[in-house]
Design a protein around this ligand. Structure first.
Ligand SMILES: [Zn+2]
Length: 54
């Protein structure tokens, strides 16, 4: 997806898919490639997205 980068290990808060969350290159928006989830980036959203790190 042009203009977006994947967030490794991120879990979609809408559909629960892992590695499906992409962040717009200007950091203004996140969206899920598996479902229709999309949202303007804000602090509450970032906290709601779990990053799975070992
Ligand atoms: Zn999703």
């Amino acid at each position: 997806m042009k203009g977006y980068k994947f967030i490794a290990g991120a879990v979609c808060p809408a559909c629960g898919d892992i590695d499906s969350i992409v962040l717009k290159n200007d950091d203004s928006e996140v969206r899920c490639v598996s479902c229709k989830f999309t949202k303007t980036k804000d602090e509450e959203l970032i906290q709601s997205i779990k990053i799975l790190n070992d």
